[in-house]
Write a protein that binds this ligand. Structure first.
Ligand code: TXA
Ligand code: MG
Length: 330
């Protein structure tokens, strides 16, 4: 398949929208990561998303909308809590899980009775979605298991020749995926942490939210079970910023014959080592995280990362780093 690279002008946006309505796959920018869009009302189109990504079919997809009216097209009921989140926090980097209408096929929800819905903050994303008219399913536009793409060039690296088009927009501002908030049960549950923090959600709802951390838990986002965000080379993750420990790990790898690189908060503390800055604050760390992994895997053969920030947003970044490192922590 010849993948078309479309620009943000009226003509190309019309083409992108037309492609979606015809059942083709179009990757598009959002503020979190690039998404791989398909018409949510076209079962064959949705199924082809799983094939293009190599994604397990029991991992459900998020349906993307450009306005609040579209939410009631796909959600069966909107609880008072859901209404509060929709009115006060959307559009933003948050996804809500609500009871689904029957128009939403099982292949989107992996057989669950709920549907995940997101209205991106990115104006480019909502402009694209408006041109689609229909709601659009979109997982991150990467090969399943790989770090999510935050530029259109990274989408090309993974999916060129496998999808109809890439809408080439700006690099993603946030850099990690949306917060997933399950509002389908008795109590609000955060299934995946993101830039929208539990505190922000609690403030809007006026009640406590539970963060589901056990990946084996039944009440869980199926997606968190899988290998995720992994670079092609092995990775170890340090959680306390202890310079001597990190240096030790690096030296041992060199002795074993590796050509490692440090991805750390203060590369200047590691004279004589290959060292890259992970970011000077949480926003920067998130923004560069997946791109850093994709750059370093080409130049080195082992990544030793360290991240010790303790803010609420840092917990979301850590969630990705731990998975990237395949739980190889020290
Ligand atoms: O920021 C984002 O959310 C990006 C951009 C493209 O919008 N999308 C994204 O999609 O991260 P994906 O497919 O990589 O992750 C979707 C997550 C998975 O963890 C999945 O299990 C969860 O949402 N999910 C989807 N439907 C669900 C449902 N009905 N119940 C619980 N979790 C659900
Ligand atoms: Mg993903």
């Amino acid at each position: 398949m010849n993948t078309q690279y479309l620009q943000f002008n009226e003509k190309d946006l019309s083409t992108a929208g037309e492609f979606i309505r015809q059942g083709k796959l179009v990757a598009f920018p959002t503020e979190t990561v690039y998404g791989l869009g398909a018409n949510a009302f076209d079962v064959e189109a949705v199924k082809s998303t799983y094939v293009a990504k190599g994604r397990p079919s029991d991992n459900p997809l998020i349906v993307h909308v450009h306005c609040k009216e579209q939410i009631s097209q796909i959600a069966r009921t909107i609880s008072p809590d859901a209404e509060k989140i929709i009115d006060n926090l959307m559009p933003a980097s948050i996804t809500v899980v609500l009871p689904k209408r029957s128009i939403i096929d099982d292949c989107i929800t992996a057989g669950l009775d709920t549907v995940a819905i997101r209205m991106p903050e990115s104006v480019q994303a909502r402009t694209f979605l408006r041109h689609c008219v229909v709601p659009v399913t979109a997982p991150s536009a990467n090969t399943s298991g790989r770090p999510s793409p935050t530029t259109w060039q990274r989408v090309r690296d993974d999916l060129d020749g496998k999808i109809s088009a890439v809408l080439c927009g700006e690099p993603c501002n946030v850099g990690i995926e949306s917060t997933v908030l399950d509002l389908s049960g008795d109590e609000p549950l955060i299934l995946r942490p993101g830039i929208v923090t539990p505190e922000q959600i609690e403030k809007v709802l006026g009640k406590k939210v539970t963060i589901v951390t056990d990946p084996k838990s039944k009440v869980n986002s199926p997606g968190v079970r899988y290998k995720h965000y992994a670079p092609k080379i092995p990775m170890a993750l340090n959680l306390d910023g202890d310079v001597a420990k990190i240096k030790d790990c690096y030296d041992n790898l060199v002795k074993e014959g590796f050509n490692p690189v440090l991805l750390v908060e203060s590369p200047q503390s590691f004279k004589g080592c290959n060292a890259v800055c992970i970011g000077t604050n949480d926003d920067e760390v998130a923004h560069n995280l997946f791109e850093n992994l994709r750059i370093l895997e080409n130049d080195y053969d082992y990544i030793v990362a360290s991240f010790s920030s303790k803010t609420a947003f840092a917990q979301s970044i850590l969630n990705r780093l731990i998975r990237s490192a395949g739980n190889n922590l020290f």
